[in-house]
Design a protein around this ligand. Structure first.
Ligand SMILES: [Zn+2]
Ligand SMILES: [Zn+2]
Length: 144
């Protein structure tokens, strides 16, 4: 049954540009993720560049978070994703795979396409145990 609390969370989220985080937990094992709805946006940093093996100077990734105005200039956004086939959790750049026209990245571990970002795991089958379901837990909502 939907509760007023759910609706309240959603309207709060729409009303401001703050980042919101919550936890995603399996209902039968201790698998638990922290989900942030704006991911980990990053820019290329041209300060303190390090040369690669061929001596070419390469910019470095630098993460920019809310409320930094730089987060609007992000050229990539690493979201934590979970592979529902093999259970591998990793960060994938959503700008990159969406730029390639893909809805979801390919799992780095098993090559499967059943990889979801942690903000969209609620209701999915837990890959860490038999029969568990992943649930969004908004009771400990975090704001940054
Ligand atoms: Zn589980
Ligand atoms: Zn996988």
């Amino acid at each position: 049954m939907p509760t007023n609390k759910d609706a309240g969370d959603r309207s709060k989220k729409g009303a401001c540009a703050m980042a919101m985080g919550w936890s995603v937990q399996c209902d039968s094992c201790d698998v638990c993720f922290e989900a942030w709805d704006d991911g980990n946006p990053w820019v290329w940093s041209y300060e303190d560049m390090k040369p690669d093996a061929s001596g070419q100077l390469l910019p470095k990734k630098r993460y920019v978070y809310h409320p930094s105005p730089e987060s609007y200039e992000a050229v990539g956004n690493d979201f934590e994703h979970l592979c529902l086939d093999c259970g591998k959790a990793d960060h994938y750049d959503v700008f990159k795979f969406k730029g390639e026209g893909r809805e979801r990245p390919q799992c780095v571990a098993c090559g499967g396409g059943n990889v979801y970002d942690v903000c969209h795991l609620g209701g999915k089958k837990c890959p860490g145990c038999d029969g568990g379901t992943l649930r969004d837990d908004f009771s400990c909502t975090m704001i940054s």
